[in-house]
Write a protein that binds this ligand. Structure first.
Ligand SMILES: Nc1ncnc2c1ncn2[C@@H]1O[C@H](COP(=O)(O)OP(=O)(O)O)[C@@H](O)[C@H]1O
Ligand SMILES: [Mg+2]
Length: 623
């Protein structure tokens, strides 16, 4: 039983991954974002983004066959602006576990590296050949080059000489096949070398010059050969490296040092995951390549909510189109309580006037929540006042108070005998609405697709134009449970000596529940604590767990400028729970005020808490 569940989980995790799509399939569902424009320019670039943020998609879109098949309003502009041919280099073969085991672990480090690098180089050249073959006499007009059989034979001979391969016949496909054979030969060589002494092996490897090709040099060489053969002398190419976080550090170092090459014939576009990425640490080691001058850094998470909304809306439109539906996200999902709209200029009535839905929320809360009633009194707000006040300060205050009021009203319950207490809710209906769904997915395409797809299926099956709040809530809950299941699988790298610290899922739940209780049970505040800074009282192990959580998208970096946090240094990082977990634990979908994390965590029994400023109270105030 358990086994089946796990299998399903892994299938789900792989379901939305551009790795398994060919260029035309990627182009077919591609939704343009500003990230693509920044990536596509004539320069080196480093794409940084957590899983599912669209790194593979963006890289694959730079392949000529993806650009050729892309239909979209901006497609034509990109086709003419992009002057290079993109070569996508998947991570699977180049640095798989198989590479590590070359020579059964019996080779010296130096000999092993020579062989691994040779496999890597062969893999990269193979990808270049693939792109060349795809361009020659292609059925797509875009970047197609017409080459006669004789011309191809000549080109193939030149390439074969440079690559030191002997193809069966002089054709591009035969050269490509010869490269595949070379990969097998290198494996054979490694195995036979494992029977030799390190010195004998070194002598043997030194005698085989194809093992010592420099991948950048050989790629730019063969691209120049191709360019000349097809009459495009001087044309540019770009190598698109995916998933560098899984590559050996020393290969990554080589790639990052190549970013230094100014006026390159080959642009490098490198994709990596943040935080745990050895790749990104290597980037920081590179003092030679300077950001903005030699390369562009593109962070694939949204600091601007408006940008993220635009992307989510377009992705919704693209997904619903596949079901022949023409219903906007706003129409289908309705409004979010976390983005109370200001109707000034559109309608004459204030959205907080008697009879309006918000008025009901405020009056319901005022009755049961003394703290809110006090707040209104302090601000001099009389909810029953005439709507003529709509343009006044009152509405500005109420607009800010609305999301918090909605959460408190949802969770605070008054019993028949008048007692008011926070209660658990079985449904997350409070979090329905287009803007909430957008926020909950953080603009991450994979999260958005996995949350929106069942909602769109609901519309398609039911024939309705609206997804009921309960249905949306069910999917949010399921998505949150999937996230929690995922973070449960994060291995604990720094096992604690005491063995008593919280696992990640429990840790995040503790943070969520604590923030929820502050938000709902304590004094009403227009700006409640919702984010936290990792202070020096947080153990290193907890910091390491948080870094993994950031990498999985369970916790988000709030402070955009913090490069140290991106490379996994959690101390002093400003974080918040992802809005998906925020919904699960009953928080507002806002960044909110920041507090010290150690003040949110349960005090450990064996360690008397060091009271800050001599106070024994748990204070939520920042120092
Ligand atoms: N711009 C986009 N338009 C449409 N779908 C996208 C876009 N970016 C990503 N996706 C989809 O989201 C999922 C995750 O994208 P992927 O490129 O695999 O992310 P990553 O490589 O960062 O893990 C895939 O199903 C992909 O098809
Ligand atoms: Mg990927």
């Amino acid at each position: 039983m358990k086994k089946i569940e796990r299998q399903n989980l892994s299938i789900n995790a792989e379901a939305f991954n551009a790795k398994y799509l060919d260029p035309a399939e990627v182009a077919n569902g591609f939704v343009y974002s500003t990230h693509f424009e920044r990536l596509a320019g004539d320069y080196h670039a480093v794409l940084i983004g957590p899983r599912g943020s669209g790194k593979t998609t963006l890289l694959k879109m730079l392949e000529p066959s993806a650009l050729a098949t892309w239909v979209g309003s901006t497609a034509e502009a990109f086709r003419s602006a992009i002057k290079y041919s993109g070569v996508f280099i998947a991570s699977d073969i180049s640095w798989s576990k198989q590479l590590n085991s070359l020579g059964y672990g019996r080779l010296s480090e130096q000999n092993h590296r020579i062989l691994v690098l040779a496999c890597f180089t062969t893999h990269v050249i193979h990808a270049v050949l693939e792109t060349m073959a795809a361009r020659v006499n292609s059925s797509y007009a875009y970047r197609s080059v017409i080459v006669s059989a004789d011309q191809e034979a000549l080109l193939a001979r030149e390439l074969a000489a440079a690559l030191r391969v002997r193809p069966e016949i002089p054709s591009l496909l035969a050269v490509r096949q010869a490269l595949r054979n070379r990969l097998s030969e290198i494996r054979l060589l490694a195995n036979s070398c494992s029977l030799l002494s390190h010195e004998q092996c070194s002598v043997r490897l030194a005698s085989l010059d194809y093992l010592h090709l420099d991948f950048l040099d050989i790629c730019s060489n063969i691209c120049a050969t191709f360019n000349e053969a097809v009459g495009e002398t001087g044309a540019r190419w770009s190598l698109l490296f995916d998933e560098l976080e899984t590559a050996p550090d020393w290969i990554v170092d080589q790639l990052f040092s190549a970013l230094r090459t100014s006026d390159p014939r080959l642009y490098l576009k490198l994709a990596i995951s943040p935080v745990s990425a050895t790749a990104y640490r290597a980037l920081f080691k590179q003092d030679g390549a300077s950001l903005g001058h030699d390369y562009q850094q593109i962070r694939l998470w949204y600091s601007d909510r408006a940008d993220s909304k635009t992307f989510c809306r377009a992705l919704w439109a693209s997904l619903s189109q596949k079901h022949d539906l023409k219903i906007t996200a706003e129409e289908a999902l309705g409004r979010s309580v976390f983005e109370p709209k200001d109707n000034r200029g559109v309608r004459r009535r204030s959205p907080y006037s008697p009879g309006e839905p918000w008025h009901k929320v405020f009056t319901s809360l005022e009755k049961k929540d003394h703290s809110f009633a006090n707040f209104l009194r302090q601000k001099g707000i009389d909810l029953s006042a005439a709507e003529s006040l709509w343009a006044s300060k009152r509405d500005t205050v109420l607009r800010k108070a609305a999301p918090v009021a909605a959460v408190r009203d949802f969770f605070l319950h008054q019993t028949k005998n008048g007692e008011v207490a926070a209660r658990q809710r079985k449904t997350l209906e409070l979090y329905a609405g287009a803007d909430s769904i957008f926020a909950i997915t953080e603009g991450n395409p994979r999260s958005f697709i996995s949350l929106a797809s069942p909602l769109i299926s609901f519309l398609a099956k039911s024939g309705e134009r609206r997804v009921p709040g309960a249905e949306q809530a069910k999917e949010i809950d399921a998505a949150a449970d999937r996230m929690i299941a995922l973070i449960k699988t994060i291995p604990v790298e720094h096992a604690s000596a005491q063995g008593d610290e919280l696992p990640l899922d429990v840790l995040l739940e503790a943070i969520g529940l604590r923030l929820h209780s502050e938000l709902v049970e304590k004094h009403f505040s227009i700006d409640p604590a919702q984010s936290f800074v990792v202070d020096e009282n947080v153990s290193e192990r907890t910091q390491a767990l948080l870094a993994s959580a950031v990498n999985r998208g369970a916790v988000m970096l709030v402070d955009e400028s913090s490069s140290k946090a991106i490379v996994g240094e959690m101390l002093n990082a400003n974080l918040r729970l992802s809005f998906l977990l925020a919904a699960k634990y009953g928080l507002v979908l806002r960044k909110g005020k920041t507090v010290r994390l150690s003040n949110l965590l349960p005090i450990r029994a064996d360690q008397p808490a060091k009271p800050p400023n001599g106070s024994t109270q748990l204070s939520l105030d920042m120092d």
